[in-house]
Design a protein around this ligand. Sequence first.
Ligand SMILES: Nc1ncnc2c1ncn2[C@@H]1O[C@H](COP(=O)(O)OP(=O)(O)OP(=O)(O)O)[C@@H](O)[C@H]1O
Length: 332
Amino acid sequence: MVGVSLKNFSISFSDTKILEDVSFDVIQGEIVTILGPSGCGKSTILRSIASLQDEYSGEIFINDHCLINNGQKQCHKDIGYIFQDYALFPHLNVKENIEFALYKLKAIERQKRVDKLLKQFDLVEHRNKQIHELSGGQQQRVSIARVLAYEPKVILLDEPFSNLDSILRNKTKVWLKKLIKQMGLSAILVTHDQKEALSMSDKIAIIHNRKIEQFGTPKELFESPNSLYVANFLNRINSLPNELSLSLGVDVNEESVGVVPIDKISFSQSGVKASIEDISYCGDYYEVEVLLCDYENSSIFIKTTSIDELENSSECYLTINLEDIKVVKKSI
Ligand SMILES: Nc1ncnc2c1ncn2[C@@H]1O[C@H](COP(=O)(O)OP(=O)(O)OP(=O)(O)O)[C@@H](O)[C@H]1O
């Protein structure tokens, strides 16, 4: 069943078009991530779904109910919104924050639900603490528990991991993904982080120039990007000069370009002649920038684990395999 559906969603602010004809569905139990540059309208989509913004045209459906019906706004109680800064009530303790929206329930039922969430979110020992006494990760768990307390069917996550360090971030991602699946929620995640999008999502919507440039599973977008923009957004790739692609037997023209991931090019004894421009140490690998000598010194990057033979020489040769080159549109 479709949990959230956007149909021809468009929105402008003071004559500036932000989004145009955006349509996508989120099935129950599915995580859809919206990816795009800063200011492209990602949070505007979430705010509109949460009925915090209603200047849009087009339609938004939550479990088949349109949010604006005959010009009347219908707030939907099935939606939980998790904000980037958690938006917890600082004057209430952990337990009070979680039970805040449950005032309509009988005391005993309320108590039961809060106890279950405190346990589920590993917050039992912190139940009486004030918000400022919690770590960032604990605050985030309280913010998610508070939203799940009123049993939403749809969950909107706006950069939910941005305040967490990388270890806690990875742990929380796995935990939240499991939780969304177990509860059969329809989730929409907004993030800047491509890796996060690839690992968390069932589908990804990439926004570019006010529209969805591509919508599909992470694998589809990663392996078959339909444009240079999508390819660049999801992976570290090189755009090859068209003359080089043609010489390698790749069919490109003025509107298309051959792209190859930086880890698919290797150094060799012969092949495409290049000169070393820069070597950057990146922990368990190196990123080497080279200039392609025969192609107006176009620069490309190569990911390699060994630079032994490169350090004392400025000249090198590259092997680029035909099967690793994808042809994509320069832009849509
Ligand atoms: N209420 C508003 N009035 C006027 N302009 C707005 C309003 N809300 C958002 N905007 C503008 O719309 C654009 C999209 O904003 P939005 O917050 O959706 O971007 P975003 O993609 O979430 O960005 P970021 O990744 O930086 O958080 C921005 O240029 C923003 O300034």
